[in-house]
Every structure is written in C-alpha cells, then in structure tokens.
Design a protein around this ligand. Structure first.
Ligand SMILES: NC(=O)c1ccc[n+]([C@@H]2O[C@H](COP(=O)([O-])OP(=O)(O)OC[C@H]3O[C@@H](n4cnc5c(N)ncnc54)[C@H](OP(=O)(O)O)[C@@H]3O)[C@@H](O)[C@H]2O)c1
Length: 366
C-alpha cells in the first residue's frame, strides 16, 4: 500500500528524471548527446546571433575591398585552407588578381584544379595557384601539407585559416578529436605553428608584417571554453559546438597576436566574421532550404564574404596592428571573453599539451 505523500515524492523524482534526461551530461571521455533542453537552448542562441547579424548586414552598406588601394603583391605567397569551395574560391580569385602565388589546401585535388581552371577561364590571368592535399581531420595530413609547402616555398606572407564545418553530427577524427574541434580550431592552430618560420621569412622578404587570418563567425559570441569538457564529448550539441570552436578561433587569434608582439616577431593575427554568406555551409539546415528562392537577397554573396577576409589579409591600413576582429571589413569588438589574458594563456597551454601529447608539434613554438 502507498504511504501518504509517496505520490508527491514519486512525482518529484519523475520531474528530476525528466530534467536529467533533458540536460544530461555523460561520464568523462565517453560521447553523450546533449539533452533536448540544451539542444534547444543552443539552437535558439546561434539563430538569434545569426539573425541579428543578418539584419545588420541587410541594413548596412557592404564595404567593398578597395582594389586600387592594395596594388600588386607580386612575389608574395598566400596559403589558404578550404579554398576550393565556398567563399574560399573568391578569396583565391582576389589573391590571384593581386598577382600572388596561392597555395590551396584541399581534400579533393581534382575539384581544386577544376576550380583554378574555371577562374582562368573567367579571365583571372595573373598570379599562380596550386592545390596541395590537406585534410584537417588528420594532424598527420596537416604536417604533410606544411612539409610540402616548405619544399615549394621558403616564405609565406599570408595564411588564411578558412576551412570550416558547421552543425555536423558527432564524429571523431582519426586523431580521436570531435570534428568541429579539430577542423575549425586544433588543426588550424597546428598549421599556424608549423608555418611560423615561413611567415617570419615572408616578412623579411616583403619588408611587411606577415598576417594570419582566422575565418571565425558571429556565432563565436555564443561560445566559451569549458576546460572540463573541451570537446563537448560529455554533452554534445552540434549548435553549441560550432559556437564554441568559432570562439576558440577568436581567442587563439588574440593570444597568438599578443605572443608574437611580445616576442618581437613580425607576424600579426586577425579574426573575423565574413558575413552571412550563401554557401554550402547551410546544407545542414534543412528548414532554410524552404526559403532557397529568397536567400540570394538575404545573404551576402561569396565574393562579398571574401572582401572582409581580404581586408584582414591585405589592407595597408592594418600594417603594424594586429589582434583585431572584423565584420564587414571594419574593426568590431569580439566576445569580451576573448580578451581575457588568463583564459588565453590557460587555453594556449592546454592546446600545446594536447599537441605535445601526440609528439607532433612543429620545431618552432611561441
Ligand atoms: N557562409 C557563411 O555564412 C559563414 C558565416 C560565418 C563564418 N563562416 C566561415 O567561413 C568559412 C568558410 O565557409 P564557407 O561558407 O565557404 O563554407 P563551405 O562552402 O561549406 O566551404 C567549407 C570549406 O572548408 C573545407 N573543409 C571542410 N572540412 C575540411 C577538412 N576536413 N579538411 C580540409 N578542408 C575542409 C571544404 O573543403 P571540401 O570541399 O573538401 O569539403 C570547403 O572548402 C568557414 O570557416 C565558416 O565557418 C561562413
């Protein structure tokens, strides 16, 4: 027989069970999908941020890259990840128009070569472009990419960490990392470390500071670093994870710039939101496809998205100043947490530990 009040405690425990289910957190190391409430909350946050930025972009005049102010950069070398698709293609187009040597890191070399042929057919006849294999889901691939680059050129003037993935289901890379974490953040951090000596040489040859441009996103405003669960393995929401790894890019960009300045190295680092740009990145948002007929009116074009990237990479007005974050080719305040020096240092140390644990780190370290 039920004791008096047992119904009350029964309903309290079922409420507790319900809340646990909706916000569940798994054991250390094992992947657990976040509960429904966490998914919904992250979905709301990332969409509110994107809609806000999209609205601002719709009511603000797009700032076009002033080609005439930049001039030719013959002899300079640019490296871009993910340059065979999306807004990366338009960045490559502009770099070639400035007569640069462009190395494109991509997974599908045939597709990359086809893209270069298309640019040539469209009348881009200056500069040189070459695709090299790079899969950011593999640290070995990143290392090989850097080695190949070093065998082809003694300098890099501009590194554009552009490739990215968004809202993908939980997946572990061959190195055992959550895929957003490795593709968006860790592999780019590693690549930057490996190319640091070439970036220094690039600056010596061009007599201009070299630049590293990290293509982040407005979504970084919803990001943070949870040192207890860096890769969100214990409570995974694909919406949250995109915001988190885009925040990591901005945080790390600011850290790098500060460290390089402290060490007197002639390299500056920048991060940016390219705009809400119509590319395949949105393939993972099925409801958006219902509005595909009006998206070209609502979103920036890839060429417009590339303007902000090229502003950070090339604009003469940025010579000598780094650690900045851009939207629509103008300096904006990023998530204030990205300027927290204690957080920067802690995250830097943790990242280095992760890479050192794999015995992969480059010869140079900041
Ligand atoms: N589009 C936007 O509205 C928007 C807004 C904010 C920020 N961003 C950022 O802008 C950047 C470019 O995005 P997008 O819009 O151009 O997207 P996209 O059209 O989907 O292109 C993504 C690029 O990343 C590359 N990539 C993905 N996974 C890779 C891996 N494992 N190894 C090497 N390359 C990989 C892709 O190469 P494959 O061809 O091999 O797949 C492709 O070139 C991303 O970092 C994104 O987060 C975009």
């Amino acid at each position: 027989m039920n004791k008096p009040g047992s119904n009350k405690s029964g309903s309290a425990s079922s409420v507790r069970d319900f809340v646990r289910k909706m916000t569940k957190v798994g054991e250390d190391g094992a992947h657990v999908e976040a509960g429904l409430l966490r998914h919904i909350w992250a979905w709301i946050v990332v969409h509110v941020i994107a809609f806000k930025l999209n609205f601002i972009e719709l009511v603000t005049r797009h700032r076009k890259l002033p080609l005439e102010k930049i001039g030719k950069r013959t002899g300079d070398v640019a490296v871009i990840t993910g340059g065979a698709r999306g807004l990366g293609v338009e960045v490559v187009r502009k770099m070639l128009q400035f007569d640069m040597q462009v190395y494109i890191g991509c997974r599908n070399i045939a597709a990359g070569n086809k893209m270069i042929e298309k640019l040539r057919a469209e009348g881009v006849d200056s500069g040189q472009a070459e695709c090299l294999p790079l899969d950011l889901k593999s640290l070995q691939s990143v290392k090989k990419f850097a080695q190949q680059l070093n065998s082809k050129t003694d300098r890099v003037n501009i590194l554009i960490n552009n490739a990215g993935i968004m809202f993908v289901p939980y997946e572990e890379t061959e190195d055992g990392f959550e895929s957003h974490f490795q593709v968006n953040y860790l592999s780019h951090f590693y690549l930057t470390q490996l190319l640091q000596p070439s970036l220094v040489k690039g600056s010596e040859k061009s007599k201009r500071n070299s630049r590293v441009v990290n293509v982040s996103s407005c979504a970084h405003f919803g990001g943070r670093v949870d040192f207890a669960d860096l890769q969100s393995k214990r409570s995974y929401s694909k919406f949250d994870q995109y915001m988190i790894t885009k925040f990591m890019q901005v945080l790390s960009s600011n850290t790098l710039d500060r460290k390089w300045t402290e060490q007197g190295l002639p390299i500056h680092s920048y991060s940016l939101h390219p705009g809400v740009v119509l590319t395949d990145l949105y393939d993972n948002i099925p409801w958006l496809q219902l509005f595909s007929f009006c998206l070209p009116l609502m979103f920036k074009s890839p060429a417009q998205g590339a303007d902000t990237v090229c502003h950070a990479a090339l604009s003469p007005e940025l010579d000598g100043v780094g650690g900045l974050y851009f939207e629509n080719s103008s300096k904006q305040s990023p998530n204030p947490r990205s300027s927290d020096v204690d957080l920067q240092n802690k995250f830097w140390d943790v990242t280095k530990e992760i890479l050192e644990g794999r015995n992969l780190t480059g010869s140079q370290s900041s």
